[in-house]
Ligand binder design. Structure first.
Ligand code: NAI
Length: 346
């Protein structure tokens, strides 16, 4: 039986990088049945809807999506498709693992951090209005329900994957009510996980602490805006946004996507780096329980990263997007299944 997956290639470099990821996924031998849809401006031209009904119905059916970046107009136009999808499907947990790849020069080797970001509220509620001309109010919404839910997600992940520490990140010294509530919920959930060390750090201090010594953290959980900023800061530890995968989890479905944008400056040139989408596809395989296939791709990807010539231009190589996918597939074929199986078990 094939896995039914909703595929949103996206805009700009999206179709190129998702095509590379799809080819690699198919090279595992696992059967996929892709339901492909446009979103955003392209969808509007075709269906007069930014998120077409057919796309919504597909996600409701498949419960798993793989998504490329979608262009969002700045300072006007339609709301971010990502934010809309997260709200529509109640994808409350944004999950970003931060880890190095070989041969990518970074300030810190062997970083291994997890960022869990609440995805549905805080200042991203989008509740803004003009109070009087020249004064705009933007509301930060924090609820007990969403704060408890995201803390539970973080601790459950920590327990399942044997993470030792969870830090709740906040600014409750200033936003005593909203961030205060977030902290109270995190503390209450932490009590159910006595084997995990729980800590609390103020968000500005966290930025400094991360840059001084990222190894002091293990898993960080926070509200939406802090999560947006801190997860990009952490991406810099492993070479930038081009390397970091992302996943958005709800109780009923999950959408996997790279964190970089549609890169209109390099779109259509077959030079974009597909690594972040490939790593997002790996998260999807873990979600589907396909651990061996995920391990095989992970090993192949790391092997490709050991040869500079096989890399894309942004990291000093000369390979095109599709050629990079060819190299990963060649490495997958060269790997003995036993090697990947033993990696999946370790
Ligand atoms: P961007 O990430 O698209 O580009 C920033 C810089 O990084 C550019 O120089 C670009 O060429 C480079 N870059 C990005 N991804 C790359 C890749 N895979 N390989 C090689 N180089 C890469 O960010 P920007 O310019 O701020 O946003 C462009 C558009 O993307 C905007 O409309 C924005 O709203 C949208 N966007 C969409 C996201 C999503 O759908 N998940 C996330 C972030 C931005």
């Amino acid at each position: 039986m094939a896995y039914k997956i909703t595929l949103i290639p996206g805009d700009g470099i999206g179709p190129e990088v998702t095509r590379a990821a799809v080819r690699i996924l198919e090279a595992t031998g696992i059967k996929f049945s892709w339901e492909t849809f446009a979103a955003g401006a392209e969808a509007f031209e075709k269906y007069h809807e930014y998120i077409p009904k057919e796309l919504t119905e597909s996600i409701e059916r498949t419960r798993v999506g793989l998504k490329g970046p979608v262009t969002t107009p700045i300072g006007g136009g339609f709301a971010s498709i990502n934010v809309q999808l997260r709200k529509q499907f109640e994808l409350y947990a944004n999950f970003r693992p931060i880890s190095n790849l070989p041969h990518i020069p970074t300030r810190y080797p062997r970083v291994d951090l997890i960022i869990v970001r609440e995805n549905t509220e805080s200042l991203y509620s989008g509740i803004e209005h003009e109070v009087v001309p020249g004064v705009v109010e933007s509301l930060k919404i924090i609820t007990e329900k969403a704060s408890t839910r995201i803390a539970r997600f973080a601790f459950e992940y920590a327990r399942k994957y044997k993470r030792k520490k969870v830090h709740a990140i906040h600014k409750a010294n200033i936003m005593k009510m909203s961030d205060g509530l977030f902290l109270r919920c995190s503390r209450a959930v932490a009590k159910d996980y006595p084997e995990i060390t729980y800590g609390e750090h103020i968000v500005d201090n966290t930025c400094m602490q991360l840059v001084m010594n990222p190894y002091q953290y293990d898993l960080l959980v926070m509200e939406n805006l802090y999560g947006d900023i801190i997860s990009d800061l952490c991406a810099a530890f492993v070479g930038g946004l081009g390397f970091v995968p992302g996943a958005n989890f709800g109780d009923h479905c999950a959408i996997f996507e790279a964190v970089h944008g549609s890169a209109p400056d390099i779109a259509g040139k077959d030079i974009a780096n597909p690594t972040a989408v490939i790593r997002s596809a790996l998260l999807m395989l873990h979600h589907l329980g396909e651990e061996n296939a995920a391990a095989r791709i992970q090993m192949a990807l790391e092997n490709v990263y050991r040869t500079k010539d096989k890399l894309t231009r942004d990291v000093g190589g000369s390979a095109g997007t599709s050629q990079f996918a060819d190299y990963v597939i060649e490495e997958m074929e060269a790997l003995k299944p036993a090697e990947a199986n033993s990696m999946a078990r370790s």
